[in-house]
Structures are given as C-alpha cells and as structure tokens.
Design a protein around this ligand. Sequence first.
Ligand code: ADP
Length: 487
Amino acid sequence: MRCLFVASECYPLIKTGGLADVAGALAPALAPLGCEARVLLPAYPAVKEKLQATKQVAQLPDLFGGAGRLVEGRTEDGLGILALEAPQLFDRPGNPYLGKDGKDWPDNHLRFAALSWAGREIALGNAGDWRPDLVHAHDWQAGLVPAYLRFSGRPHPPVIFTIHNLAFQGLFPKTLLKALRLPPESFGFGGLEYWDQISCMKAALVYSDHITTVSPTYAHEIQTDEGGMGLGGVLRGRADAVTGIVNGIDEAVWDPGSDPNIDAHYGVRSLTKKAADKRALQDRFALRRRRNVPLFCVVSRLTEQKGLDLLLEALPLILSRKAQLAVLGSGDAAIEKAFVQAAAGNPGQVGVVIGYDEPLSHRMQAGADAIIIPSRFEPCGLTQLYGLRYGTLPVVARVGGLADTVIDANLAALRDKVATGFQFAPVTADALGGALARACDLFQNRRLWRAAQRRAMAQDVGWAAPAAAYYDLYRALLARSGSAAAA
Ligand code: ADP
C-alpha cells in the first residue's frame, strides 16, 4: 500500500508544532505494517538544506505564479519526502507561515494551494512514477487536496483528512476563487463557502472521504456548537466519517533511561534517581532544594488556549501548600509578564524561563513531580504524554486528548490501582486549584505516589498502536473504494 501524506511541516525538516511530529513519526511507523508513506511538503530553505539524496521527479510548469518542480529525497532517518520547489512561494527562511513582521504571508492562499495542487498531480499520476493508493492530507494547508481531486473529474485515490487543530481554518476572500482554480459550484453551503469566504478547512471536511482528528474526545467536542469553532454543524453532518486517534510520541527521543539532556537516568525500577533531576531543576530555576515539597512544572505556549491565566489565579494554592512551580514558555506578552512577576514576588518557590528551549523542556519533564496543563481546548496534547513517560504526573483539564490519556486519581481509581494523574472540570481556576490540592495531598503519601508514577511510565504512548489504527482505517477506505491495495 502506498500513501501520500500532504503536510506543511514534518519533523525533523521543519517544525512549529504537533503536526510536524505526527507527519514525521506516523509515516515511518506505517512501514512495518506494509504501508509506504511519503510526505509531500514545501521545499522551504530549511527543508532543502536537510534533505538528502535528492532527485527531480517532475516539472510543474504552471504552479501559481511560476514554475515549480517536485524533488524526491530522504530525511536522515530514511523517511521518503517529496519536496515541492517553487522559489516564488517557498524560498523564505524562518517560520513557514509568517513573515518577519509576525504576520501571515499575504500570499499564503497561493502557497498552500500550490502544495495542495502538487498533491493532486501526484495522486492523479501526473507527477513522476510514484503513485499513491490513497492520500492523507493534514490541516487546512492541505485542505484543498480533496477539493482539487473531487473537481478533477478523474478517478482518484480516496482522501483522508486529519484535523490537528480546528482553530486554524485557512479563510480567504471569495474573490480568490478563480485564482485558486476552484470552480464556481464549489462556493456554496454544501461546499467550501463559510460566511461568504473560502474556507480551506471546510473544503477538506466536505470533500474528504474520511476525517480523523487526534483524540476521541476532541472528535466529539468539535461536533458540538461550543467546540466546533463554527464548523460543528458541518462536522455533525459527517458524524459517520469522523474518527479520533490519539497521537503517539517518539519513545527514543523521550526516554528517561537514555535522554542525553538530563542529569540522571532512571526507569520504572530506579525512580529514586529522579531526585537528582529534581535537584538540578530546582537549581536551574533558583528554587529551594527541597525533596519533600511537590515541584510542579509547565512547558507550553503561553496563549489563551493553554489556560495558563487560570494557573496564575490558582497560584495562591501552590504557595500556601509550600509547593514549587517552574514555568518554561513563551507567547502572549501579558501572560509572560504575569509569570515573571510571580517569580519575582516568590523567589525560591516560583521560577520562570521565557523562551523556547528544547533541552530544558526535557530536564523539566525529568525533574518535576507533576506537569500542569490547564488547556481550554486541546486536540491531543503531547506534554502530558511526555509527563507520563517520565513519571511526572499530569494535572490536566478534562478536555480533548488530555481527557483520553490521563486517569484521574479519584478514590475509585486509586483503589483499583489505575490512576496516572489528575483531571479537573470545568476549566476554571477553582477546579484547577482543587486538582492541585489533591496532587499535593497524594504527594505526601509516598507509596501511592510512586505507584501512580510506575503506572504512568508503563502506559503505552508510542506510535505502534496509533499507526495500526490509521492502517486499519486506510484498508477500510480502500476496500470501500474497491482498490486492490486493500488486500
Ligand atoms: P501545541 O502543539 O498546541 O503547542 P502540544 O502539547 O501538542 O501543544 O505540543 C507542544 C510541543 O512543544 C511539545 O513538544 C512541547 O514540549 C513543546 N514546547 C512548547 N513550549 C515549549 C518551550 N517553551 N520550550 C520547549 N519546548 C516547548
């Protein structure tokens, strides 16, 4: 079976968020199952620089404002990449979506229409010898692939579309319809029209054969008016074609037994060694060296979505319990400032590093006792999965993928020996405070805390199970379309 991924980012070539991790990890995880997945992505400068063994496979003479070409290559780890070279669109360093002024590139509609158009050409067999049995498009940047295939008037492989974050929808003025090579009949209520604009996300939801998102709870939430970001009705209309599959994590990169970023290595049977990582983290954040108080951490974008304003409100609870807090993040200036002030006002107990620091994020997962994730919505979330793997119990809002991956330490779950963290609902500062209080209480019971850590670390958070779920879905879609590749 051959599957074409279409995505605007892919780890380790270019990454701004979870989408890159999924594309870069799911594609190779499908290989042992008998599915060869190749990733089509724009040849940004960073991609060109890192791609190995490159070879032109097709010319695309008419690609939105100039010529383009398709280049085949491999990542360091051997993942097959199809890079779309179109200098007029992609020869821009830095963030793939934003210019130096921090604003979206004004021609993003053309840039990602070109990506989707290249996906169409490969799927139809117009670009090189490699032809996929099915197409897996990711997020709005690849949202026009299913539309282009639908309106090609040609037989084409089935298309599956994954929503990584419904908050980003790719909305553009309707006057661009023709420039985007979309037929007038696509612009309607049953098509890609959204409040009189073109919606790349809606195009994908309407024209794909199947829709997935990154957790079962998020799959449910986005079909409601509250969580549907304006597309709840559209998604409800496709309820039979929506599936939630929780992401995995790279267990080689996130392994407390071998992580090169951390001071002391440990495992389920050597958890006492985690104390050395806690000490190192306390030193890094100028916190008092205390073993017997819980050290909470945060590793996050500091935005409205992540709910960290609620943590600021709940801070008195942490302070009154003599617990500690270490925060690593960047984003919203007001939230950054408030955390910096909280650290200044509570030296030795609260520490903050503003910025993006991958090695430090590993040291935080290793050194903290618990990680706080109070998101207002969270399609899947990765940091709670890292927390589980590092025996750093997650304290999470009961939303999206957080609800699906952490088992709350309520009395029944403790008695049944299944608890792996703490959940709270509704997503308010009060409820967060309640969960933090429960975490502080449990921390004082060393035996129960250790048992929860061991269970957390034993939880399967790798890619094998999610890859198998995607593979089953691919086969079902191929069988439905009568493809021989389903066999
Ligand atoms: P989202 O993609 O919405 O930001 P996820 O939890 O899915 O949230 O993924 C966030 C990823 O970014 C995780 O790998 C997390 O460790 C990382 N991350 C977030 N903020 C920082 C930071 N300031 N420094 C280092 N890594 C960070």
